[in-house]
Design a protein around this ligand. Structure first.
Ligand SMILES: C[S@@+](CC[C@H](N)C(=O)[O-])C[C@H]1O[C@@H](n2cnc3c(N)ncnc32)[C@H](O)[C@@H]1O
Length: 365
């Protein structure tokens, strides 16, 4: 899986436990990103729908959630990955834009990304292997990038991993049914249900995923957009249609309210962060609306970019590190017995799991 801001790597065991305790057979992951939470649900045999606006997240969802491993021609997949790994580099858009004008990849890897991406389009467009191969390529590129995890800047000196050769791997596919939907959560939510469990993990702040991961957007779109600025972002990053209502303090509360109201589910779980625009009481009111609500809080280390600082191309440190720990919140809403049951199940998770235990339990009156 790619390095991703707001990724719920540490909370996945908690969310998996919560899903199991709820007895859900159907689930919605409304801001799916890497799809790691949707994957944890699917692993339990739950039929999952994974939604995101990002092109690359939609490709990941097609690969890991919509694709049933049992239906994949694994021989053809291995042959395709071997073929892509053997291609010689070709100096195309990625080489020019992201290794010469910017330095996200070393030139030899950038040329191989160009070659592999062209081949995927030429040979596999329309094939069920297409999202699997694209996922494999993005994950391979992520393993050899030279960033702190976001694509607004690159590190002053080549990151050690960027010297490794690009190697595509066969994605670890899951068996079972699933659905991938690309769209604005607030718009599509009412069209998708009903679900036993809905998990909502919206952006927490003004930092846009579209610009932080513009290289992955372009690798999927493969439309050679005009680039601008030191990070060589896509020109359509300036287009209002690429903005999310969840990235603005002014528009986020209404967007979240509209989304929550649109979701048809028995149990709603919202991830949020205690440094963000809405406080716990506001979140509980927003998620409650006639349902019982509990909030769990988990200590979390901040993403690596905040820890080490971010550098511009001349090596000057930009952005300041404020403090290094915050709390991840899980706001859980539904019928009283069900909410209490899943909260108890999470509370019983002790040492021996890799999950952080909740350090605060709060019941709405
Ligand atoms: C906090 S991240 C989710 C991380 C994910 N749970 C994971 O573990 O990888 C928020 C996600 O919301 C997506 N997003 C932003 N605005 C959106 C919108 N209006 N509708 C749907 N998805 C949106 C972003 O592309 C991003 O993937």
């Amino acid at each position: 899986m790619i390095k991703y801001l707001g990724s719920k790597r540490r909370l996945v065991p908690v969310l998996a436990q919560l899903c199991a305790a709820s007895g859900a057979r159907t689930a919605l992951d409304l801001f799916t990103g890497t799809t790691r939470v949707a994957q944890a649900f699917k692993t339990q045999g739950v039929a999952v729908t994974a939604v995101d606006t990002a092109r690359y997240a939609h490709i990941f969802a097609q690969c890991y959630i919509e694709t049933d491993a049992a239906a994949v021609d694994m021989t053809a997949l291995h042959v395709a990955i071997d073929h892509l790994n053997r291609l010689r580099g070709r100096q195309g858009y990625v080489h020019r834009t992201f290794s010469q004008e910017a330095r996200f990849f070393q030139p030899f890897n950038a040329a191989r990304i160009d070659a592999a991406r062209d081949a995927i389009e030429r040979r596999y467009a329309g094939s069920p292997l297409y999202p699997l191969l694209l996922t494999s390529l993005i994950e391979a590129a992520d393993r050899v990038d030279s960033t702190t995890g976001v694509q607004m800047a690159y590190v002053k000196q080549w990151a050690p991993r960027s010297a490794n050769p690009l190697v595509l791997r066969v994605p670890e596919l899951l068996s079972g049914a699933g659905r991938a939907v690309r769209g604005d959560a607030a718009v599509v939510a009412p069209t998708l249900g009903p679900f036993d469990l809905a998990y909502l993990d919206p952006p927490y702040n003004q930092h846009r995923y579209f610009t932080n991961y513009h290289v992955w957007e372009t690798l999927v779109a493969w439309d050679a957009p005009e680039p601008y600025g030191v990070a060589r972002k896509r020109i359509d990053a300036r287009d209002p249609s690429t903005r999310s209502a969840f990235n603005s303090k002014r528009t986020m509360p209404d967007a979240l309210r509209q989304t929550v109201r649109g979701v048809d589910c028995e149990l709603l779980v919202l991830s949020y962060n205690d440094e963000s625009w809405l406080g716990v009481a506001e979140l509980e009111t927003l998620c409650g609306e006639g349902r019982e609500v509990a909030t769990l809080a988990f200590d979390s280390a901040r993403y690596v970019g905040a820890r080490i600082g971010i550098y511009d191309p001349s090596g000057v440190k930009v952005g300041r590190v404020s403090h290094l720990s915050n709390h991840e919140l899980l706001v859980i809403a539904g019928e009283g017995d069900l909410v209490r049951h899943v909260v108890d199940a999470v509370g019983r998770m002790g040492d021996g799991t890799c999950a952080p235990g909740p350090d605060r339990l709060q019941w709405a009156p």
